[in-house]
Design a binder for this molecule. Structure first.
Ligand code: DHB
Ligand code: MG
Length: 220
């Protein structure tokens, strides 16, 4: 807990109440995740709204989400675009997400794939469907490099790749951090930097989710 955390929370609460239209279905999705004992890894309300806004800004029609959890960000994205493919490792989480997506009225716009994302992504590549306009990477962090590689095969020039949790309480600056999640994030960022096809930045965030950040990666 940081000294400022209460204030970060208060400001997030104020911003969400003032600007963000979190309806009953979104609140229920968040609450259902807590009731079912899932970790509080879903994005904050103002971050969900940011994802939806970025999707609309880019005119995205098809979104790929890696890491569904209980479907909170999935609902935000599905309300902004025509189609979301989302991948969840845990069958119990996926079942809960199915219920939340149905309650939010977006089930018909979402394809939920269950299992290890590296496997499901390989199947999506093999399927050869239309490119995704936006990819939201928000699953297990050690696999972020693999998720980036798959995202590059499933997108087109102009697509946006967003990765959550790239700051991790500042741990990202430590090249010797033993945490596999931090190592995965650092490797992801280094791969992005080294790839001439990609233009990127990252932003730190504070709020109800503590101190973390997003990377925004444009496929040129
Ligand atoms: C973790 C994962 C997340 O997606 C998140 O938003 C916060 C934490 C984690 O694996 O620790
Ligand atoms: Mg996350």
């Amino acid at each position: 807990m940081y000294d400022s955390e209460q204030r970060w929370r208060a400001v997030d609460g104020y911003l969400a109440t003032t600007l963000v239209d979190e309806d009953e279905a979104l609140v229920a999705a968040r609450t259902s995740a807590r009731d079912a004992g899932l970790p509080a890894y879903e994005v904050a309300p103002n971050q969900g709204a940011l994802l939806a806004l970025l999707a609309r800004l880019g005119g995205a029609r098809r979104v790929l989400e890696i890491g569904t959890l209980a479907g909170y960000s999935t609902i935000w994205l599905a309300r902004a675009v025509e189609h979301v493919t989302t991948i969840e490792l845990d069958p119990g989480y996926a079942e809960l997400a199915e219920r939340n997506l149905a309650a939010a009225g977006v089930a018909d716009r979402v394809e939920l794939l269950v299992g290890a994302a590296v496997d499901r992504l390989a199947e999506l590549v093999a399927r050869g469907g239309p490119a995704y306009d936006l990819v939201f990477i928000d699953a297990d962090k050690p696999n972020n490099p693999a998720y980036l590689a798959a995202a590059l095969r499933l997108t087109r020039p102009g697509s946006l790749i967003i990765a959550d949790n790239v700051v991790r309480d500042g741990a990202v600056v430590d090249p010797d951090c033993p945490d596999d999640r931090v190592r995965g994030v650092r490797e992801f960022l280094e791969l992005v930097r080294a790839d001439p096809r990609l233009e990127a930045t990252a932003l730190q965030t504070v709020g109800v989710k503590g101190w973390d950040g997003f990377a925004l990666v444009l496929v040129r």
